[in-house]
Ligand binder design. Structure first.
Ligand SMILES: Cc1ncc(COP(=O)(O)O)c(C=O)c1O
Length: 457
């Protein structure tokens, strides 16, 4: 394993690429005025957990290419699935047409839900999968003669995407507040949180959270359409975790009230926490599950909303009744994305059945503990599955103002040390590809730690 320092001087070829990018591109979640100090790296290729830039510098992908990558870059089985599909057809619409790979992915997703959520509605982004769940839930109640069920409930700290409905469901932040005026009304209940690796969440936090949900459902009795939350780990909130049994209790409250439960598994599914679907593995019977990111192994844009027969059937009837679910996206169920997803799911099933993930998850937790638990610049550490978050501080007891961008400086330093990570405010999430080896976990933690030691807050 070889690490190259990120070149400080750009070659003329890279420099002209950079000019091209600077002149014509607009990158997501990136302040253009800071481009000079936080320039994009021009990625040329990848292999396994590594990405390589135009200069030949190699970087460990500590961000799993936006939390998506499962089996690594250029995984032979996944590459082959795409090649084989290209030789058949790259895109044909799913509006009125179908394709074998998409039907097979839908069949697999249904099986992961214990054949309970038998219907898959494909989209191309996670946010759109959540939009579909919300629209189907609201419309279901209209179609079933319960028009008063139109309130939306979500859990505080959540992140569900950047479209208007998903921003409304997400936690209010500088990312969403400029559009607050146009937000949908959403009631938010308190999330349970904890701040330790492998630590237990105190019962009072769980009870407080459930009490809050119960209060909202009680005040809005018969009016709530659905409750949505990220199960087990809230990613953008900083990998905050929920206690064992929490989901089951939420599910019970939703059942008692008669409203839908939507699990947003876009981040946590497909091996990220060790299993394929998180809610199902905890015995939580949601009415909708939204998936994305790792569904295609992190290769192509594919996401979906799963639901059951009762909801599906409500949309069925004579044309004149207009029960049709009028929603769709141009690239819905793209055959290339579905083919690679099928190959990725096959591979993931094999890895899970061989217990390939759990020992490496344990190792990840051990390394995170070793390097960061006692670190004077780390205020809190959280880890679960292949997710971790380091909340930084200037020194013990001294927190950082949001304008002191310590985490960002650490991530820039990490680039020089051959690791790609991205800050979340003054926290650093570590979210490697699910296939990361123990040696690569060591390296990710060591180089992040080294970068943390070198940068002055
Ligand atoms: C839990 C969760 N839901 C939804 C989304 C939005 O997915 P997308 O970026 O594909 O729209 C994300 C993205 O990070 C996410 O973490």
């Amino acid at each position: 394993m070889q690490i190259n320092a990120h070149a400080k001087c750009l070659s003329s070829e890279q420099s002209s690429l950079d000019q091209l990018d600077e002149r014509y591109s607009w990158h997501p979640f990136s302040q253009t005025s800071e481009r000079k100090t936080f320039p994009p790296i021009h990625i040329k290729s990848g292999e396994g957990c590594w990405l390589e830039d135009e200069e030949g510098n190699r970087f460990l992908d500590g961000y799993a290419s936006c939390w998506t990558n499962v089996h690594g870059h250029r995984c032979p089985e996944l590459d082959e699935a795409i090649r084989a599909q290209v030789d058949r057809v790259s895109h044909s619409t799913y509006l009125g047409l179908s394709s074998e790979p998409a039907s097979r992915v839908a069949q697999k997703l249904s099986a992961y839900s214990g054949n309970r959520l038998t219907r898959t509605f494909f989209t191309d982004t996670g946010a759109c999968a959540v939009e579909v769940a919300i629209k189907q839930s609201l419309r279901f109640w209209q179609l079933s003669g319960q028009k008063e069920r139109k309130k939306l409930v979500s859990m505080s700290g959540g992140y569900h995407g950047d479209t208007f409905a998903t921003m409304s469901l997400s936690d209010e932040s500088p990312f969403t507040s400029p559009w607050q005026e146009w937000a949908l009304p959403v009631s938010k209940f308190k999330a349970p949180t904890h701040e330790e690796v492998g630590g237990e969440v105190s019962c009072s936090e769980q009870e407080e959270s459930l009490r809050d949900l119960k209060r909202i459902l009680g005040e809005r009795q018969g009016e709530v359409a659905c409750v949505i939350l990220e199960p087990s780990v809230q990613g953008v909130a900083g990998m905050t975790q929920q206690p064992e049994g929490f989901l089951t209790e939420v599910s019970k409250l939703c059942r008692e009230e008669g409203c839908h439960l939507i699990l947003d598994e876009i981040f946590v599914g497909f091996g990220r926490l060790g299993e394929v679907l998180v809610g199902e593995s905890k015995g939580c019977e949601a009415d909708f599950i939204c998936v994305g990111k790792g569904l295609s192994g992190g290769y192509l844009p594919l996401a979906a909303c799963l639901t059951g027969e009762e909801i599906f059937e409500a949309f069925s009837g004579p044309f004149s009744e207009h029960r049709t679910f009028y929603h769709g996206h141009t690239f819905t169920a793209n055959p290339l994305a579905a083919s690679v997803s099928l190959a990725s799911l096959d591979l993931l099933e094999t890895k899970i059945s061989k217990n390939d993930l759990n020992p490496r998850i344990k190792w990840f937790g051990k390394c995170i503990r070793k390097h960061f638990l006692e670190h004077p610049r780390v205020r809190a550490v959280r880890q679960k599955g292949f997710t971790a978050c380091l909340e930084l501080q200037a020194k013990p007891g001294e927190s950082l103002s949001s304008n002191r961008r310590f985490a960002r400086s650490v991530c820039m330093e990490a680039r020089k040390n051959g690791v790609l990570i991205r800050p979340l405010g003054n926290s650093i999430p570590l979210v490697p590809p699910v296939c990361i080896s123990n040696d690569e976990i060591d390296l990710l933690c060591l180089q992040t730690r080294k970068s943390l030691d070198l940068v002055t807050p």
